[in-house]
Design a protein around this ligand. Sequence first.
Ligand code: SF4
Length: 436
Amino acid sequence: MPQTEGDGPAATRTFTDVACTVCGCVCDDLEATFVGERLTHVERACRLAQPWFDSLKELPARPAAMIDGRAVSLDEAIDRAAGILAESRAPLVWGLSRSSTEGQRAAVLLAERLGANIDTTASVCHGPSIMAIQQVGESTCSLGEVRNRADLVVFWGANPVKSHPRHFERYSVDPAGEFIPNGRRDRTLIVVDAEETATSALADVFIKAPHGGDFELIWALRQLLAGVELPEDLDVGVPREQLQQLVERLVSCRYGVVFFGLGLAQTSGSHANVEALLRLVEDLNGRTRFAARRLRIPGDVSGADSVLCWMTGFAFAVNLSRGFPRYNPGEYTANELLERGEVDACVLVGTESIKDLSAKARKTLSELPTIALDYPNAATGFDATVQFTTAIYGVHAAGTVYRMDEIPIPLRRLVASNYPTDDEVLQAIATRLRCC
Ligand code: SF4
């Protein structure tokens, strides 16, 4: 229950333990104050979260539904969306990382009903990491374990100071934990990256890896760890002495964790780089306790993976056209489907990742009939054929999102909204399709 001051429509209500869904940290310790239905102040929002919350203070008055840019009734828009999908022979459902479990489940059910391709934004993000995890498995842990136990923290190809501003403070570097009583002083921070970054500037050890040389570097570390001498002429771009010192640090910790980002997963080598890192972590577990975790970017991309996985067995790139799920990255991923022109209608559950598609895929998308569902403060500039503005989970509607370590975080409804949730819209389209 919020703390309330005054009464009537201008009462001030302050909610504590509000979850922020702007990035995969899903910090759930924010404080949001509303005067009446208007958000006036947010405590503990980081520099990424603050502009997002500021945009909620004066939400643009977007209609709940539009067809070709013209405001229409919800019913009319649902009819038109169902009509587009009923005529489609190769629909694609894509996005899902700015939603919640409820919306994601409705999207998968709609895709199932349509026999569609369904893909998440992971395919333009950590898709290669998912493929690597499927190959080698993952020595995993929660962020709570990191906070309480990790005395060695490695960031590989990631710059959380910029991408996840409160990761250090809440989970990985600064907080005191059960077995880390002195917080930062009890931890060693290592950064491996091709460039100096805001994160590397705070590290105890910075290893400058050559661009595109992660795989060779990790394999050399595995060799040293196994006690195999490196060939004289082998050059992995890092001095041998530094490699040897790194191995010694990795094995001498009590509990280590490596967080890896797109600087590893989306550079040359992609899933092979991640496979190599996961195998290194497996090797390290023969000597100490070590875990590996992805740094996920959008607020609920982990939820999108999880829901798709529960319902189809696969986390992204799924084709349901034969009545059973088939999985093949590169074949059923949104970018490639669009580039090859193998889609004739698209349902976009969130549009923020359109910018990450290739120019060719974006061009195809702009020529297709599209149905887009997005929050009122979304600013992607994408003109869909049918556009739904939906309630924001965690502000206008309750829901569940998954933090980057796959811990589900409940979201509360803080204020009322006339917008439907994406779950309601997707269910309504599926119901209307039964009548088409
Ligand atoms: S770190 Fe991420 S989840 Fe936490 S407040 Fe900042 S944007 Fe929100």
